[in-house]
Design a protein around this ligand. Structure first.
Ligand SMILES: *Cc1c(COP(=O)(O)O)cnc(C)c1O
Length: 362
């Protein structure tokens, strides 16, 4: 079953990370454990470019994505949707019983700052959700331009999902004025799934203190109270926190600028490979994600057959399109530990079999 993952999450996990996870378990209220949290939390703040605390949540990202809604929305939440994950956030808001508005964009288009401004100016909302990098379509919105709009609405708490872009490029939370910034461990951090991170501003904590029905497991105030002791509200996924510590060391050994440059280079390399084959990018090029390439299947490739061949004969997998884009697009991730060499291995292998499947789309 050992094959290499080039899907946009979970991504390939290194031996170094797996080894870190094998460290014996300690009690989560012990000094041994709190010392680890005390070590990783300030480094996470550096990666978030924030002075605000970063909480560790034992859940996949959806846990804190849902939790954020429950914590900061009192009056109404505006969910910006331009793909599968962001559209689902609207559904989740409604399931939480919130008064939710939906600002919808065509899949593959970014969140339009002007449309956002217009909708927020109605005064109907006290919170807003945005996905920086819509993984389903490989579309990265202009967070800088969006943040300029958000700054006009200080009473609106911003919740930004950076799940599939975090640590692959700088996203400067405090400079951008993001209140609640969320990410997960199994995308660019290349840790096995089950741990997520949320950095919460003072403003957002103040709001939470006035909101009813926050529940317990994702309550920001519980996270805050516990983080003051470098603890978590309930028993965390300790092995993944060992993996996190190892990964953080690795990130700072490589250097942030080198890490960003590596992601930019591998992304460009795959994009140029695709163009050379004759594929087009699904989103407009300037909004193409830096952590994956979502290609339009312009060559009518039988993607499922190609994927089976690649997996059976080369032990590699990429993704054949998400949700309603299945078969119409395919997605190749360059998140995590990938290098120009490993990406070339993948594209060389695809090259070896691609001609058999062109024009054979079902
Ligand atoms: C993967 C992903 C999620 C969901 O993460 P889970 O870990 O499955 O909860 C949310 N948003 C984006 C942009 C993602 O890429």
């Amino acid at each position: 079953m050992a094959y290499k993952l080039f899907i946009p999450g979970p991504v390939q996990v290194s031996d170094r990370t797996y080894k870190a996870m094998a460290e014996p378990i300690v009690g989560h209220r012990s000094k041994d454990f709190t010392a680890i949290v005390e070590y990783v939390e300030p480094k996470l703040r550096e990666l978030f470019y924030t002075k605000d605390p970063v909480y560790l949540s034992t859940s996949s990202s959806w846990g804190v994505m849902e939790g954020a809604i429950r914590n900061v929305c009192e009056k109404g939440v505006l969910n910006c949707g331009n793909g599968s994950f962001s559209d689902k956030w609207y559904d989740v808001s409604k399931r939480c019983g919130k008064n939710a508005g939906f600002l919808s964009f065509e899949w593959g288009k970014p969140v339009d700052p002007e449309a956002l401004d217009k909708e927020l100016s109605t005064g109907k909302y006290d919170s807003v959700t945005i996905i920086h990098n819509e993984t389903s379509t490989g579309t990265m919105s202009d967070i800088q331009a969006i943040s300029e709009v958000l700054k006009k609405y200080p009473d609106v708490i911003s919740i930004v999902d950076t799940v599939s872009s975090f640590s692959a490029l700088p996203i400067k939370k405090d400079e951008l004025g993001i209140d609640v910034m969320i990410t997960g461990c199994q995308k660019a951090l290349a840790i096995p799934p089950g741990l997520s991170f949320v950095s919460v501003s003072k403003r957002a904590l103040d709001r939470a203190s006035k909101v009813e029905g926050r529940g317990y497991y994702f309550d920001f105030l519980e996270f805050e109270k516990n983080m003051q002791k470098f603890q978590t509200p309930s028993t965390p996924v300790i092995s993944l926190i060992y993996a996190l510590k190892s990964k953080i060391d690795e990130i700072f050994e490589e250097g942030l600028e080198n890490r960003y440059a590596r992601h930019a280079a591998t992304n460009k390399q795959v994009r140029e490979w695709g163009f050379e084959k004759g594929f087009k990018l699904f989103p407009e090029e300037k909004y193409g994600s830096v952590t994956l390439n979502c290609f339009d299947n312009t060559l009518k490739v039988d993607v499922p057959a190609l994927l089976k061949d690649l997996k059976d004969n080369y032990n590699m997998v990429f993704n054949g399109g998400y949700g309603k884009l299945k078969g119409k697009t395919f997605r190749i991730s360059n998140m995590g530990d990938e290098t120009p060499e490993t990406m070339k291995e993948l594209t060389d292998n695809i090259d070896a079999i691609l001609p058999k499947y062109i024009g054979k789309m079902a």
